[in-house]
Ligand binder design. Sequence first.
Ligand code: ZN
Length: 367
Amino acid sequence: MASKTNSKKGTYGVIIALAAVIITLLVILISMESRSTKQPKPANTDTVVLNSPTESKPAEPTDAVATPFITEAPTELPTEIPTEVPTEVPTPEPTEVPVTPTPSPKPRVIGGKTSANPNYEGKVLVALTFDDGPEEGTTEEMLNVLKKHNAKATFFVLGIQINKGDTYHALLKRASDEGHQIGNHSYSHKFPSQLTDEQLHDEVVRTSALIKEITGQTVTVFRVPGGNKSDRVKRVTGLPLVQWCIDPLDWMFFEGGYIRNYAKEHGISYSEAESAIIDIVLFEGVHTTLEGEPYYCPPVAYEMKHGSILLFHDIYMGSVHAVDRLLTFLEENYGNYVFLPFDEFILTENDAGPQAGVVYYNLWSTT
Ligand SMILES: [Zn+2]
């Protein structure tokens, strides 16, 4: 019995031992399984895989993971950010931002010392006007002077002068071709008081037709002979009337007879006399008598304000030389004068060009 019980006990012991072994094995297996399931996770961590020198396969995923960060990121970031940011920020913005504010703080007052038009910033705009031509010998010289100084002017011509022949046609055509404006100064220079409405109208229409035929220019402005503007002239001509604000009285001072007398009185040559008179008119001013009344002609060179309209005649050599000296003086002493044809001159600081029925004394002053 004892042996039986012993053998039984031995059997139980074996069973228990086996059970213990099985349990142990199970525990080991479970633990191994859990390790094997956990392994892929660490495989994804860069540090573990990258640092393992033995495994070659996991190197692929590590490379795949690592390259985007190591190769792409450094190449993309430095190239895109440093190149775009420095070029965009410093170049366009600093140059453009200061430029736009500068035009805005120039809300210049119309009638100022320089042009209110941004295209002529800092410029003094003046309209040079020449009456009574074209004239052989002098108009050509005046055109040469204007060309030399890059000045554009307005020639108020007479139909009777144009009709003197081909030379006169050529002078008119040249003036137009060189960028000067051609205005109407009537046909025969008769004052409106001498003419009926119909005659005055005819004088204007005939002359405008000649100008159009020879130059192609459509006449837009009229200068009344003698400056005798009136409501009647406005109505009959139907054109803007151009007067002036600076009158050197060249028809008096630069006319041949006056210069000869001056030369005789002072015992000097004709050219010396002409030069002396030009200096007085341009830089000193002249006291004289006009229609029996005392008249002061201020020094033209110092009256050349922005917006001025000057009156000259292109039929005297004295006027040609005076304009040359005046423009030379302005260039040498100021350098910011611009001489424009009348329509363009008016357009710079007005909404439109010269208007019918309006009388112009300067760029803004009208009646
Ligand atoms: Zn005239």
